[in-house]
Design a protein around this ligand. Sequence first.
Ligand SMILES: Cc1cc2ncn([C@H]3O[C@H](COP(=O)(O)O)[C@@H](O)[C@H]3O)c2cc1C
Ligand SMILES: O=C(O)c1cccnc1
Length: 407
Amino acid sequence: MLESTVAAIRPLDEAAMAAARELQGRLTKPAGSLGALEPLSVHLAGLAGTCPPPLPDQAAVAIFAGDHGVHAQGVSPWPQEVTAQMIGNFLAGGAVVNAFARQAGASVTVVDVGVATPLAATPPAAAARTADPADLAALPADPADPTGLSADPAGFSADPAAGPVARPADIVATPADPDGPRLVVANVRLGTRDMTVTAALTRDEARAAVETGIRIAAELVDAGAGILLTGDMGIGNTTPAAALVAAFTGVDAAAATGRGTGVDDGTYARKVEVVRAALERHAPDPADPLGVLAAVGGLEHAALAGLILGAAARRVPVLLDGVIAVSAALAAAAFAPDAVGAMVAGHRSAEPGATAALRHLGLDPLIDLGLRLGEGTGALLALPVVTGAVRVLHEVATFDSAGVAEK
Ligand SMILES: Cc1cc2ncn([C@H]3O[C@H](COP(=O)(O)O)[C@@H](O)[C@H]3O)c2cc1C
Ligand SMILES: O=C(O)c1cccnc1
């Protein structure tokens, strides 16, 4: 599936781009007055292969969640269980990403691609302010376990070193409210291995996660999404993101590493050394993206690379969030250079690795607000900018049609 998806990714359509440039020149505004929105509209026409490109009025954010063996090195101040607990929060509608998704009118799909600890049976009450947790009871019958995911399935082990056990694939919890957040369990492994000790993933595990992302992209596009937004959740995931950025761009570990959730000076110094040690141990080859993802990546990073490839193959734009997303975008671009044509950089994360990755990809972020949260929050805030850029091509009158004189 990975190979056929990569093979389906093609360059932007020059004729549609020329048509969009020509149309921009006839609209009732001074040339260039819409700044970055003008080249963005041209780019989206090239991706769609038609001018104007379709309005991306159905937006879908996919939040891939995973845990990290490298957490054992003390790279994040937060306990690993927060990953699973935040999934409960996402499903209850209580996270920042939910608030922004409601504002933007975007659907939310949470994908457990590698969470290590059991998912919460019931969303935390504090998070249930805006959504009735009973909505989640649509699937399994056990009222004490509305998502049906609290019981450990056969083979479950909380020990990430214990081999490739995973939750059974393809459990999908759909809330009674069809517009509510949805959970897909496609758990490849109960968290990665510690990349300072061994490769984080086998190549097969990395591939399984990439292909999960491709499949989610196809499902969302088939369900009508006109734009996909990247989201992530995984305590410790800024560390593999930094390693991916360093591996693909060649910047030094210190230049690729940031403070994540806000680590102190001592933890930051350790984090840089962890990234450096992992890169020295594995010497990942940037021409082998599956090998890089397996050596120093995360399951959510790999799945995000797949989501981006899947979007590019379907010629649907993918709006990138922060440093986790752009580190995954580097992998997607290494698989298929033309996948960059499907990418729109939503924002500039405060993480330095994000800026290094964006520079390498040649992408200019739409907004720069100092955000450093992830989840898809920066991408969601940028969504109206993307829709606005396309809406101009659909709705703005030309000098001719409006009877406005040109200079
Ligand atoms: C409550 C909470 C909610 C979050 N939402 C996103 N992240 C973000 O922070 C984590 C990465 O930072 P680090 O590498 O320093 O652990 C990821 O889970 C990311 O999605 C969160 C983190 C926390 C604690
Ligand atoms: O840029 C991000 O996505 C980010 C930054 C810090 C912590 N978590 C995510």
